[in-house]
Design a protein around this ligand. Structure first.
Ligand SMILES: *Cc1c(COP(=O)(O)O)cnc(C)c1O
Length: 458
């Protein structure tokens, strides 16, 4: 069968039409938004690859479950279905629903962390880092060096540098490292997977030093699929078994159900430690809600419970990972450089290589993202010096390590011809990338400027 096209393993049951804004409309939208793609109305976009978070399509079974949602304040049937689904997958005894992944992070960190402590990870996601730093603890990135070289091929670029982790644990000890995390797949590092062998290594170190180990599990199913494909000895196991082993190596997890929960909203915090869970629930009640709904509607809990079952389906994962690789292969064949190998949820275009005539201070990846929208109505997300540039005391800016445009795939939403169209737009823009003009920031807020800054073309 392998010579045949890997097809979408679903048929379409209800549709939303795409608007096709004209060139003039797109230009007017860009000017109104100050050349910031976050300022566009979604209706002004043809193919929206801004993020894969909460943007996917739900199945008929998820919608059916939602109609059957139990909206009781306490002890709703929908909560018990949700709890069963999470326990079946993770094996964790304590399951705490939250409105998103970041709420799970905030509750865990505010319960566990003291100022001056630190939390190692492969790469902290931006909300994870911010929720650690707000407690005045330190977010330490300890990914392997291979993960920072965009062109290098490595099967598990998301792996943790075990020697570096051991040094931190040895030097600082349990008193200053109350928690170790690993993000699967490593979103900020290009959607790259972590091997089971590496997770076993992190787990063993944490046990040796008596430190709890939590997964940032947002894309656990995509990670498990890569393990099955790439790790020696794993090909015969089911993705669900691999995922269960991943969870069993940790003591708990934070999760955004907007990713591999296949839901539009929701998340959870889960763990084995009953005493810690009780402290987390006390904080949950203060700001999120009663422990059997945690800020979600009963119907959200139903959608997540069903989504967690569907996401380990191997036909789905084969199609999902293949559609991302397909876009990368098409644009690579036309000479467009991307972060290698393609990640589980997104293709990352290398703006530094494509727009080598522009220094980071002229925001080459933002210029590329604007050109993709201007040319074809495709919305991606700059992950470069607009997002991560740091102000220097002399008024200049320390640039980001890479200048990337992330094209993230909503789950089960676009078809192969949509992806073909995106490839055509990317290839057409890349062919004249050297003509693209640099940018300067006309106005920006003091933090998280990428969301609301306005730009001018030079
Ligand atoms: C999205 C994401 C989060 C935060 O989840 P939200 O639901 O957006 O709050 C945390 N970690 C990773 C790796 C993510 O991708």
């Amino acid at each position: 069968m392998s010579f045949r096209t890997i097809i979408e393993p679903f048929r379409i049951h209800s549709v939303q039409s795409l608007r096709m804004p004209s060139e003039e409309e797109r230009e007017a939208a860009l000017q109104r938004a100050g050349l910031n793609l976050f300022g566009l109305h979604a209706e002004e976009v043809v193919i929206d690859l801004l993020t894969d978070s909460g943007t996917g399509a739900m199945s008929a079974k998820q919608w059916a479950g939602m109609l059957d949602g139990d909206e009781s304040y306490a002890g709703a049937r929908s909560f018990y279905r949700f709890q069963d689904a999470v326990q079946d997958l993770t094996g964790y005894a304590e399951v705490i629903p939250t409105h998103q992944g970041r709420a799970a992070e905030r509750i865990l960190f505010q319960t566990l962390l003291q100022p001056g402590q630190c939390v190692p990870n492969n790469t902290h996601f931006d909300t994870t880092r911010a929720n650690i730093e707000v407690t005045r603890a330190e977010a330490l990135d300890l990914g392997i060096a291979e993960g920072r070289d965009p062109a290098l091929l490595h099967p598990f670029k998301g792996n943790v540098d075990l020697a570096a982790l051991e040094r931190v644990l040895e030097q600082r000890g349990r008193a200053r490292v109350p928690l170790v995390m690993t993000t699967v797949t490593n979103n900020s590092g290009g959607g790259q997977p972590v091997s089971l062998e590496n997770l076993r290594g992190v787990s063993a170190l944490c046990k040796r030093y008596g430190v709890p180990f939590f997964l940032d599990a947002c894309r656990f199913a995509e990670n498990a699929w890569f393990v099955k494909q790439r790790e020696p000895g794993q090909a015969q196991r089911s993705v669900k078994e691999i995922a269960q082993e991943m969870f069993s190596l940790a003591d708990g997890c934070t999760m955004s159900a907007k990713k591999d929960g296949l839901a539009n909203m929701g998340g959870f915090l889960a763990m084995n430690d009953g005493e810690l869970a009780q402290r987390c629930r006390n904080l949950l009640i203060l700001t999120e809600g009663f422990p059997t709904y945690g800020g979600l509607a009963g119907y959200d809990l139903e959608a997540i419970a069903q989504g967690l079952k569907e996401v380990v389906d191997e036909d789905y994962l084969r199609y999902r990972i293949r559609s991302v690789a397909y876009l990368a292969e098409k644009v690579n064949a036309a000479g467009v450089p991307t972060l290698q190998p393609p990640g589980g949820h997104a293709v990352y275009l290398d703006g530094k290589a494509l727009l080598s005539h522009l220094p980071p201070s002229r925001y080459p990846a933002q210029a590329l993202a604007i050109a993709l929208y201007r040319s074809g109505g495709v919305r991606g997300c700059e992950i470069g010096s607009v997002m991560f540039g740091k102000a220097l005391p002399d008024g200049g800016e320390q640039p980001a390590a890479m200048e990337l445009v992330r094209l993230a795939f909503p789950r089960r939403t676009y078809t192969q011809s949509h992806v073909d169209y995106v490839a055509e737009v990317v290839i057409e823009v890349a062919a004249r990338a050297r003509e693209l003009r640099g940018l300067r920031i006309a106005s920006a807020p003091p933090w998280l400027r990428h969301f609301t800054a306005r730009f001018e073309e030079l």
